[in-house]
Write a protein that binds this ligand. Sequence first.
Ligand code: GLU
Length: 492
Amino acid sequence: MEASSKKPVRLRMAPSPTGYLHIGTARTTLFNWLYARHIGGVFVLRMEDTDKERSKPEYEIQLIEGLHWLGLEWDEGPDIDESGKLVSKGEYGPYRQSERTDIYKKYLEKLLSEGKAYYCYCTAEELEAQRQSMEADGVSPKYSGKCRSLTSPPSDRKSSVIRFKVAEEKVSFKDLIRGTVEFDAALMGDIVIAKDLDTPLYNFAVVVDDYEMRISHVVRGEDHIANTPKQILIQKALDFETPVYAHVPLILNSDRSKLSKRKNKASLLEYRDDGYLPEAMCNFMALLGWHPSADDREILSLEEISKEFTIERVQKAGAIFDKNKLDWINSQYIKKLSEVDLAEKLTPLLETKRGVVDKKILNKLIALERDRIKTLSEFVDATALFFELPDYGGKILTWRKSNPQEAREVLMEAIELMKGADEEFFEDKEALSNLIAPLLTKHEKGSVFWPIRVALSGSETSPDPLDIACVVGRRETVKRLEIALGKIGSAI
Ligand code: GLU
């Protein structure tokens, strides 16, 4: 039986806190969240931490930090206040499987008592031997069913697991993205659903939770597609309704391999640390497998996307992770930020690298760089030269059509003009340009600006040297010109 359309729409994200927050997990969370918002449903977060060895609190913290950063809040959780009411939005839960052992136990006992599950005592060696003999007979290996009909535990066995009796039937379901999907359960064999009554495994716990949490739509990565028939059979055995399924495509590198650390960064928080904006990240991730119906707009707010977002429009094919597109989207969001907002975002990043930064200087830098940068970290790198002059060799101070003597003269004359000038000349590029105009009556433009550019930036390619001077001010400009003079002196 499939969920009827009148039932409340409830979605969930069910990550396992066993590693860093992968972009794929973040994107699946986003799809769940978007659809819940689109339809006016509920979005639930559930930590699937049944794997006690691999689940770590620090990974859960990272997951939650990442979702908060993206602004993907969940709507409910297990926490209630003294009066029994759920605590305010954003402070809930999440649900944790490790806190729900009693619930799973109840259903495990039910399956056992109804003969739909049984204790299996086969050892690892026995299972391996069964597997090998089936392979030798040319059949695809599955559990032989040896312990299915035991009436009491074998006297020599201490350890056991709980197996679910898999019916030998065809299981099919309608996936919202891929259409009808069919599996032959006869090939599966009885599956292990718990190590013991207190230790359920993924396929079982997920079924119980989706039922108990009244999940209507399961939207998850396509790597779970082979788990779906197992879960449907467990649902049937427990008389649960089957939710609607949608398996979203994987995210791929440009060579169509699975998104991995080697080719692209795959951890969401690394993008945050590299200076991507959460709004840009959400916009980019939404377009990994989905696009708006009416046009080819690419810059869309979460609100705009959620208005249009339906699961049926998610594509079946793998979605290519295009880093250039992410950079472009991020640069568009940076351009859209107000100066005040951009300054607020840049300040902590700048301060870790450069110490306290004067507000006036920061605003000047923003005016110079905001249209050029793709990420906030690029801003920090691109503006490094304003804070500290990079080291360079005196040879590059001479323009190709000039000579070191002329470069020396230009530097000396520039120092002369600037030293005595009022600080106000350094507030305004035009005034500064007028101040050094006399140099252009004696020298070619390149002979003047080349050595000044190198002197102020330590490099042959840099922002306009007059812009640099207007940011660093008179004293620092003169100091940098004097350093250059020292370098050219030794280069002559
Ligand atoms: N816990 C599973 C995972 O981390 C997801 C389970 C599901 O969505 O059904 O991949």
